[in-house]
Design a protein around this ligand. Structure first.
Ligand code: ADP
Ligand code: MG
Length: 331
């Protein structure tokens, strides 16, 4: 089987977002979990898939008590054809089991015989995963795949089958290497888009854990000069930023949404207002549509809405200032 024979998906209702970059600790799992909580609160039916053996997302969502794992794990789905009937909760995870690397990544080139035809394990896994995603189309509006911190067969499978990809980064000069590989490498987004998956949409690099200090400002300026057209920007063309906030890591530890914390932690409100705007943009750009009967959950409380609006306004001013500081070149 050559690359040209790899399975693709037709037009699905379920939109698949891959959150990935060849770097750990940048916020892939955090954004996966927080976007999943938010999308569900907006009434979308959400499937999360954990491609990382470290299973941070699997554990975070398990702690939430709101997300049931599907009856098979991610490795089981890759290894053989399965038939899964999700419950009707509209919020599930295809959990990590810590075996992806051992049974698949390290054995990717091993040939196996199926129906008298010899195939590489990686191609077989690819086919099984494509079939799995196809079979989930009827049950979910959005599927979010949390990527590993490496560039291996998982990345090719995800990018070939996804509709969109988002890459969180940290603002450091060294980030340029991971960003370049993520875009231009053999398993890079642009390569896979041009050869295999023309519908793949790169939403952009999204700086996370941003601090307002000279080092990060200098890194933003340099990264922007080198690769600026690939940043995630808001509708005004300003680079979106997620600040470093203990409330965010606290939410991940507890398995809750930042939307839940702002009810009691007023300090976190502007952070949530900022993050929520970014999540709305992501959902809008992927073109997620709601097909469920589920009532919209009440997420924001009316009495905080006005304050949140004020924070959004001040955040836009902040972003505009930041844009001016880097010479108006962002976006
Ligand atoms: N914006 C943020 N502010 C504070 N802590 C964050 C933020 N984003 C992520 N973290 C924390 O950083 C650590 C790494 O994030 P994680 O999402 O696990 O990264 P990755 O999945 O890319 O390895 C986690 O402890 C997480 O809670
Ligand atoms: Mg992770």
């Amino acid at each position: 089987m050559t690359w040209a024979d790899l399975p693709l998906l037709g037009n699905q209702i379920m939109k698949t977002l891959y959150i990935g970059i060849q770097k750990g600790g940048v916020g892939k799992s955090t954004q996966t979990c927080q976007l999943a909580f938010y999308a569900r609160s907006q009434g979308y039916r959400v499937l999360v898939i954990d491609f990382d053996d470290q299973a941070n997302t699997t554990h975070c969502l398990a702690r939430s008590g709101k997300v049931m794992p599907l009856s098979k794990t991610v490795t089981e789905v890759m290894m053989k054809p399965v038939s899964i009937n999700p419950d009707n909760s509209g919020f599930n995870i295809l959990a990590a089991d810590g075996r992806f690397n051992g049974v698949l990544v390290e054995q990717a080139r091993v040939k196996v015989e199926v129906g008298g035809i010899k195939t590489e394990l990686s191609s077989l896994a690819h086919q099984h995963f494509a079939q799995f995603l196809e079979s989930m189309d009827a049950y979910y509006d959005i599927c979010i795949i949390d990527g590993p911190p490496s560039l291996d067969i998982r990345v090719t499978i995800a990018l070939t089958l996804a509709n969109a990809v988002l890459s969180p980064i940290e603002l450091m000069q060294e980030s340029i290497e991971g960003m370049s590989n993520t875009l231009y490498g053999q398993r890079g987004i642009l390569n896979i888009k041009s050869i295999l998956n023309p519908k793949l949409q790169f939403l952009g690099f999204l700086p996370n854990k941003v601090q307002s200090n000279e080092t990060q400002r200098a890194a933003l300026k340099e990264l922007n000069e080198r690769i600026g057209q690939h940043f995630f920007t808001n509708n005004e063309g300003v680079v979106a930023l997620i600040p470093l906030r203990s409330a965010i890591s606290e939410c991940q530890k507890q398995g809750i949404s930042l939307a839940d914390i702002v009810k009691t932690n007023t300090m976190a409100r502007s952070t949530w207002a900022n993050l929520r705007k970014i999540f709305d943009l992501i959902l809008e750009r992927i073109g997620v549509e709601e097909h469920s009967q589920v009532e919209h959950a009440q997420i924001a409380h009316d009495q905080t809405e006005r304050e949140v609006g004020e924070h959004i306004a001040s955040n836009i001013i902040h972003l505009a200032e930041q844009k001016a500081r880097v010479g108006g070149q962002l976006g």
